[in-house]
Design a protein around this ligand. Structure first.
Ligand SMILES: Nc1ncnc2c1ncn2[C@@H]1O[C@H](COP(=O)(O)OP(=O)(O)OP(=O)(O)O)[C@@H](O)[C@H]1O
Ligand SMILES: [Mg+2]
Length: 379
């Protein structure tokens, strides 16, 4: 029935439905999308009259729980809700995680109303928390690789070096190649070994700005020699309770990525910011407790941005777009920050990419009167 068939006397009902900021559709007994409000048109990327020509199954990924849900509601003649349903598809786009509210329209047998609620921030953060699991999954692999690959590799390398002394000149290039490649693999395995290191680390109350200054100095002396790095710090930030070496590693990885993204762009710039944001409280899946992560440290760059297909897996190990990248940089960042009870997330658009590290303050600092839980910090 698309927009019109609600009847002309129902202009108010139409206006109400269109004012709702959630997609709402009516699926009739034949499975057609008989009505779609404005939000639903935007959600499906088609006009209500276009939608009305097709069955709902045309727009929803095959096998989606929504179709089963509609049948279930028709049968039971009672509303059913389902949460966190993934409707991602080439047509609807990525990251379409929604809550579904499906109810029968009793005056129109077989018709059901579907309201979609797009899940956003809370779920993004949930997903960030799962990066910790991703980092953990490398752990076992790393220790296995250390044993099973490094030892035989040193044998291979030794044999190649022995051969080098007895082969003709033209074959020497080949023995060199064997040595160079084994060295490369050993250094990769060395980087992965960090993941299997589960020893508790020493932590102390640190001034994050001294950590960032140190990392900036390293960057300026090397990979970011020609890139402008600007700072915008909140000088009153309370200390962060962390392991200094690990934090240096985190910000080195983030700044190195930023520098690689900026490349030799003329107005390329990396920005480091710190802020106190006591408002950020997160629910942790499986727990009623909310954690507060008021310390915010960001690395921004104005490079081309993270390719959108990479975003959902960005912190997984071995995700890389670089010819010589190992894809372990961000996985390590996620592991270290997770180990400190914080989270790391990424916002990326062309010319503005932000990696945001959120950390808790240590307990004794949290009780310090200078940092009341409800202050607004500096922003
Ligand atoms: N600031 C950024 N801008 C754009 N893309 C980025 C940025 N940071 C990371 N990426 C993307 O994320 C991928 C993964 O980064 P990660 O640091 O984990 O690995 P890598 O940099 O490719 O390799 P490695 O860090 O091991 O040298 C990169 O290959 C790049 O495509
Ligand atoms: Mg990297």
């Amino acid at each position: 029935m698309s927009s019109g068939t609600l009847g002309s006397g129902n202009a108010l009902a139409m206006a109400v439905l269109n004012a709702i900021q959630n997609p709402v559709i009516l699926v009739d007994a034949a499975g057609h999308i008989a009505f779609a409000n404005w939000e639903a048109e935007a959600f499906f990327g088609a006009s209500a009259s276009h939608l009305a020509r097709y069955r709902v199954s045309t727009f929803i990924p095959f096998g989606s729980p929504l179709l089963a849900l509609i049948d279930q509601v028709r049968e039971r003649k009672a509303p059913v809700n389902e949460y966190r349903v993934d409707l991602s598809s080439p047509r609807l786009g990525q990251d379409k995680l929604v809550d579904l509210y499906v109810a029968p329209v009793l005056s129109e047998p077989g018709s059901v109303v579907v309201v979609f609620q797009e899940r956003s921030m809370a779920d993004k953060i949930d997903r960030q928390l799962t990066h910790r699991a991703a980092a953990r999954s490398v752990t076992g692999l790393a220790s296995m690789l250390a044993h099973e690959i490094k030892n035989p590799l040193s044998g291979i390398r030794g044999a190649a070096q022995l051969l080098e002394t007895s082969v003709e000149d033209e074959d020497r290039a080949l023995t060199r190649l064997i040595c160079d490649e084994t060295d490369r693999i050993v250094s990769l395995v060395d980087r992965m070994e960090v993941f299997s290191d589960e020893r508790p680390v020493d932590r102390a109350a640190l001034n994050i700005h001294s950590v960032l200054d140190h990392v900036k100095a390293i960057a300026k002396a090397g990979f970011a020699r020609n890139i402008k790095i600007v700072e915008s710090y909140d000088p009153s930030l309370p200390p962060v309770y962390a392991n200094r070496d690990q934090l240096v590693q985190v910000f080195l990885n983030l700044i190195k990525n930023a520098a690689e993204a900026v490349g030799d762009k003329v107005d390329g710039e990396i920005q480091l910011t710190t802020a106190y944001r006591p408002g950020i409280r997160l629910s942790v899946a499986g727990s009623r407790e909310k954690i507060s992560l008021p310390l915010e440290f960001c690395v921004h760059d104005n490079g081309p941005g993270v390719p959108s297909d990479l975003l959902p897996h960005l912190f997984d190990p071995f995700i890389t777009t670089k010819t010589n990248g190992s894809g372990l940089g961000l996985a390590l960042v996620a592991k270290i920050i997770g180990g400190h009870g914080g989270i790391v997330e990424c916002d990326s658009q062309a010319s503005r990419t932000t990696f945001r590290v959120l950390m808790p303050v240590s307990k004794d600092i949290a009780q310090d009167d200078r940092y009341p839980a409800q202050s607004t910090g500096s922003n």
